[in-house]
Design a binder for this molecule. Structure first.
Ligand SMILES: Nc1ncnc2c1ncn2[C@@H]1O[C@H](COP(=O)(O)OP(=O)(O)O)[C@@H](O)[C@H]1O
Ligand SMILES: [Mg+2]
Length: 425
């Protein structure tokens, strides 16, 4: 089978790497791919949202399975275009993808499915949103309804800051039309965990949970980023917790989407808050997480392709992937200044010196004469496996220190909170 991986980040590098290990794959193409995928697969030169270009490419090259990485390609309707021509697609239609592309849709869907999520209100004009906050005199999480590349959710401390956040999104339009509508959500406390699952329209197969780190600096300080790293498994979210979340969150949501005529096929990602009153859903993503995919995929002991193909065909019945007992920790190496302004074009050294069991998934690199150059804010996700989180963590940071480029930065506290946790089963 020929496979097309849509996207260009470290998540897609990990998907490409895993797809290439499959005896079922004859060739792996990427759209557009990256300098790193060019060295292991075939970059098509097509942008992820070039739906017509990709549809032509899929027909011409007889691609057996298209795997959608980024939400922009979901929202561009790539699955809608490929599906009717009989081509297998792993990734939801635009309508099913509204679970990510509209937070208001996701909230009302959860209400219809009986899924626990913080209380909320939707507003289309800033004046009534602010009136509501003034009346309530407390802080709300302010969320742009639409896709905003991680910049659409603001978490103020009090009512006054909440009013400012409404202005930021709706009047100063920092995320554009994505905030024409906003959700004001009750602020809740707890520990966050990301639960991804393969969904075939009806059946749900959970992947091991992971934690990601969104803030730029140690101790969750600094601005929000696309993600500075993560780890898997998660001591405070065990197999029973996963089973319960599948029963109370993922399966009910998939069932309602199916009943409403917009079945979900692909990876469904639930961002969960685990608090004293149980598990509540903060958001859904209609795709693999980045960096979650980079820490979860290396733990998959099985071939990835039959799993994605089964989900795309609606045949996940009886599918039960096996997972490595090893833990993984992924550290993002970023350019100094990210997520603000940063410079690129610096040579990266040390990639050839990584220990076995350590993977460098490229997020923003380009090919230079003597090797890779930095080409983005997030440059690499370095992922290490180990017999425990502690071992994976030590190995990850030992290898982080072998890589250098001008202005390299990373968080030093990833998975630190797991070190006091009990050993893996
Ligand atoms: N109701 C909430 N209470 C407390 N914190 C929240 C709440 N909703 C979101 N957050 C915080 O904001 C982050 C981003 O919110 P999320 O809904 O995931 O939006 P997005 O990923 O689209 O920016 C979450 O990871 C969490 O840390
Ligand atoms: Mg999120």
């Amino acid at each position: 089978m020929k496979v097309l991986i849509v996207g260009s980040g470290a998540r897609e590098h990990a998907l490409t790497w895993k797809a290439l290990q499959s005896p079922l794959t004859d060739a792996v193409y990427c759209a557009p791919g990256s300098a790193a995928t060019a060295s292991i697969a075939i970059n098509s030169g097509l942008q992820a949202t070039d739906v017509e270009g990709i549809a032509r490419f899929v027909a011409e090259r007889d691609i057996g399975l298209t795997v959608i990485g980024p939400e922009a390609a979901v929202d561009a309707g790539l699955a809608d275009r490929l599906g009717p021509s009989g081509r297998l697609v792993f990734g939801p239609t635009r309508a099913a993808g509204r679970i990510e592309s509209s937070k208001a849709f996701a909230k009302s869907l959860m209400a219809r499915a009986g899924v626990a999520t913080p209380a909320y209100r939707v507003f289309e004009d800033p004046a009534s949103a602010k009136d509501y906050v003034r009346g309530e005199r407390r802080a709300f999480v302010v969320k742009a309804d639409g896709l905003a590349k991680g910049k659409g959710t603001l978490v103020p401390r009090d009512a006054d800051e909440t009013l400012e956040c409404i202005d930021t999104l709706m009047l100063r339009k920092t995320v554009g039309a994505a905030a024409d509508r906003i959700v004001l959500e009750e602020k809740i406390e707890g520990r966050e965990v990301s639960l991804m699952a393969l969904v075939d329209g009806e059946r749900v197969v959970a992947l091991p949970p992971a934690c990601d780190y969104k803030r730029a600096l140690d101790d969750d300080k600094g601005p929000n980023t696309g993600g500075m790293g993560g780890y898997s498994p998660v001591s405070f979210f065990n197999e029973d917790d996963v089973t319960r979340a599948v029963d109370t969150v993922l399966r009910p949501v998939a069932r309602v989407l199916q009943e409403e005529g917009t079945p979900y096929r692909g990876c469904l990602y639930a961002g969960l808050m685990v608090g004293s009153s149980g598990v509540q859903v903060l958001e859904f993503n209609a795709r693999f997480g980045d960096p979650e995919a980079q820490v979860v995929l290396p733990r998959l002991a099985d071939d990835l392709m039959p799993l994605l193909e089964a989900a795309a065909r609606g045949e996940l019945g009886g599918v039960k992937p096996s997972w490595s007992r090893q833990a993984s920790v992924g550290v993002v190496l970023a350019s100094r200044g990210y997520p603000g302004t940063y410079q690129t074009g610096y040579p990266i050294s040390g990639l050839g010196t990584l220990e076995p069991g350590v993977f460098a998934f490229h997020a923003g690199t380009s090919a230079g004469a003597g090797g890779y150059l930095t080409a983005g804010g997030r440059v690499l996700t370095l992922v290490a496996l180990g017999d425990s989180i502690a071992e994976a963590r030590d190995r990850a940071y030992r290898n982080v220190d072998r890589i250098s480029f001008h202005g390299v930065t990373c968080r030093r506290d990833l998975a630190l909170r797991e070190l006091g946790a009990p050993a893996l089963p």
